[in-house]
Write a protein that binds this ligand. Structure first.
Ligand code: T1G
Length: 694
């Protein structure tokens, strides 16, 4: 099965790429293309060749699933395939529709002619995988669209419609309608007119001021790509298209590609790519499980979360009704939503007309009666079980059969919430992350009784509102918050032991987090963590107190929202400032607790914070709360600012080596006496077997 179908049509050999879903250029498909060309060359009736993909994809590029396998270098490699196309004496026409990306575009540029639908999405997105176009893209694209456009596309990885390149040599024709018909007609014309074959390698590329342009490119790319080697190597490879002969440029490109594919950054980015897609799969829910129509959504609560949640559905064109107990709360919520759209219009991210259309889908009510006919209701009310009970009992009595009743709770027991209704199978957790209309992550919390249909509907809805839906089982804090609790605890304990808030944040931000744990606590609001800690102190009285954090909260220092927390803040300014008052509180607590402060290394800070995530993540995995390690990674990449170039906490642990992680856990178990540091059994088992989480 070589995934390339060969058929002679009226003297034209048609090679159809058939490797669904996106014609990833797997070893078998590459083999099939070469066999097809050889077959056409051996067939006297074949006067030209057309290569075509599916409506969805000419090709989505090299088959990324092969990258960690020997197949990626198995002949015919993609460069070999392209050389076969480039050197054959038969005219080869690429007929391009759907998407044409990465190696797919490089394949097309190896052909002599290219015709495409104008709306075909074109890109060289390799840089987003920590790579560079490794099959001639950095040498051919500049020859076809000019060095500046090519540099821009290659360094950004952006996808653009083929219509953008109307009139450039990248496409000989842009055609509407039946692509194969147009390609066959074009190929026959080439044969009849005996047109010379256009080999891109023979084309010239120039720039009026190359030195200045490449200096600018290097400086501007270098400034933004601190943690990633790929963008600057893209610049280096594209530069060679002007400075070197074609074959020397290709040689350099292959060398740079071979370097990048081995980097941890590229492994992390490729991991994130697949983790994002794997998260949508639920092991015991078939992908064709029937789903319910969601055409009307009710949101309870018009606060920051409620209005943010509403915006997601308005953006997807789904009418939303917001319920509040008081008119002024509704007015505030609507004003917030209006303000968000006005802001987007002002920034040119949305037209006035589109904003008005979305606002037109919004209605408000003070009565549950208006929720009778809702397909889905999401509550974003106060995080208190008593309040949730009243809400769900009322919804149960009001909403039509089959309505999905969802809670946005971030930590409360969803099964308990479901028990307040007579329809627990229709209850699910949809845990949005603040700001709800911005953060991509959506934890889809599956209750014990949540039906597969409700789960499948929720995951489909997540995609529709452009969220990364990740399934979580029910436990305290689900996946993200349960892990971040351990991470924050370690940071706060180290403050008591001798580190300063500034040192902790600096060490973690140097590791690559967007924001350190202490700054994050000040941003999220210390009162939220305090409420969770107080609940834990009540439920488990022997829970280790976090004295500094509790003391600051007792002083009303909740962070940015009160102008002071672990840092102080000038009015209207989010910049964290050192506050000697906090140093005094830390000193006071250490004295009260008899703690002699010690010097704590940055390494210990990073290990205790990051390995806390890993150890708790391993427990979450073995309890079946998360389906797979990569789900945990994607949660941390999309919801908690974990550095993408490290691929997520579980992949990072794999890269460090689980045996080394286990050794560090044992070290902190001994040093702190805290049983939390006992390596999770799953982690210890995988380490002993020399295996990895992913
Ligand atoms: N290889 C393998 N599988 C791929 C793939 C690829 N290149 N692209 C997509 N898939 C799978 C994906 O995992 C999912 O699988 C399914 O296809 C549908 O994907 C030498 C080295 C093409 C725009 O970076 O951007 O070429 O979950 O849900 O929304 O220079 O996929 O169904 O099992 O995203 O319609 C460069 C990556 C590779 C493009 C389609 N190419 N893909 O989007 O579907 S490196 C890329 C995408 C390279 C050369 C270099 C998108 C898409 P499953 P999907 P979609």
């Amino acid at each position: 099965m070589n995934n390339a179908h060969y058929e002679l049509q009226d003297g034209i050999a048609v090679i159809r790429l058939e490797n669904p879903p996106v014609n990833g250029l797997s070893y078998e498909l590459r083999r099939g293309i070469v066999d097809g060309i050889k077959k056409a060359e051996a067939d006297d009736n074949a006067k030209a060749v057309v290569i075509i993909g599916s409506d969805r994809a000419f090709s989505g590029g090299a088959d990324i699933t092969e990258f960690n396998t020997p197949k990626v270098m198995a002949e015919p490699t993609l460069p070999t395939v392209i050389n076969v196309l480039d050197s054959t004496e038969l005219p080869v026409v690429a007929a391009i529709g759907g998407v044409c990306m990465g190696g797919g575009l490089e394949l097309a540029m190896g052909c002599h002619f290219r015709i495409a639908h104008p709306q075909t999405q074109v890109a060289l997105p390799e840089v987003k995988l920590g790579l560079l176009p490794g099959a001639g893209g950095t040498q051919r694209l500049p020859r076809l669209i000019g060095i500046e456009y090519a540099m821009n596309l290659i360094v950004s990885g952006t996808q653009v419609p083929a219509a953008m390149f109307q009139g450039t040599p990248l496409f000989d024709e842009l055609v509407e309608g039946d692509l194969l018909e147009s390609a066959l007609t074009f190929a026959k014309k080439v044969v009849e007119e005996q047109r010379p074959l256009k080999r891109v390698r023979d084309m010239k590329v120039s720039h009026p001021k190359p030195e200045a342009f490449f200096l600018w490119a290097k400086t501007s790319v270098g400034a933004v790509a601190k943690n990633y080697p790929a963008p600057l190597k893209c610049v280096e490879a594209v530069k060679a298209s002007i400075e070197k002969k074609f074959d020397d440029g290709i040689k350099l490109e292959r060398e740079l590609f071979a370097q990048l594919i081995q980097t941890p950054e590229s492994r992390a980015l490729r991991h994130a790519f697949f983790a994002d897609r794997a998260a949508g799969k639920i092991s015991d829910v078939a992908s064709d499980t029937p789903t319910r129509e969601i055409n009307k959504v009710g949101v309870i609560g018009a606060g920051t979360m409620g209005s943010g949640i509403a915006i997601n559905f308005l953006n997807a064109g789904i009418p939303v009704t917001i319920l509040e107990m008081k008119q002024e709360a509704l007015d505030r919520g609507v004003a917030h939503i209006k303000g968000v759209y006005e802001g987007r219009v002002k920034k040119g991210k949305m037209t006035q007309e589109s904003a008005e259309k979305k606002m037109g889908l919004l209605s408000t009510t003070l009565s549950y009666d208006d929720f009778k006919d809702m397909d889905l209701v999401i509550e974003a009310v106060f995080e208190d079980m008593g309040v949730k009970q009243k809400v769900f009992e009322t919804l149960d009595a009001t909403c039509k059969p089959g309505a999905i009743l969802a809670s946005n709770t971030s930590t409360l027991d969803l099964d308990k919430i479901a028990s307040f209704t007579k329809r627990p199978e229709d209850v699910i957790g949809l845990h949005f992350f603040s700001p709800a209309n911005v953060m991509k992550l959506l934890e889809v919390v599956r209750g014990e009784k949540t039906s597969k249909e409700v789960l499948a509907t929720s995951m489909k809805l997540a995609k529709k509102i452009k969220k990364t839906g990740v399934v979580s089982g029910v436990c305290d804090g689900f996946i993200g918050n349960r892990m971040v609790g351990k991470y924050q605890t370690e940071a706060l304990l180290m403050i008591e032991e001798g580190a300063s808030p500034q040192q902790i944040d600096k060490a973690i931000e140097k590791f690559g987090f967007v924001m350190g744990p202490i700054r994050m606590a000040d941003l999220a609001g210390g009162d939220i963590g305090w409420a969770i800690r107080k609940r834990h102190y009540e439920e488990k009285p022997d829970t280790r107190r976090l004295y500094v954090a509790d003391r600051l909260c007792e002083m009303g220092r909740f962070g940015q929202k009160t102008g002071a927390g672990f840092y102080k803040y000038e009015p209207g300014n989010r910049k964290p400032l050192h506050d000697p008052e906090v140093d005094r509180v830390i000193e006071e607590v250490r004295k009260e607790q008899g703690i002699t402060p010690r010097k704590i290394s940055d390494q210990e800070i990073v290990e205790r914070c990051v390995f806390a995530l890993v150890n708790e993540g391993a427990r979450i995995l073995e309890e079946g709360i998360a389906q797979r390690a990569s789900d945990i990674d994607i949660i941390y990449l999309t919801g908690y600012g974990f550095p993408v170039f490290r691929g997520g906490p579980m992949l990072y642990a794999d890269e460090v080596g689980l045996i080394n992680v286990e050794r560090a856990l044992q070290k902190y178990r001994k040093q702190t006496g805290n049983p939390f540091w006992e390596p999770a059994p799953l982690l210890a088992k995988l380490a002993a077997e020399g295996k990895t989480f992913n």
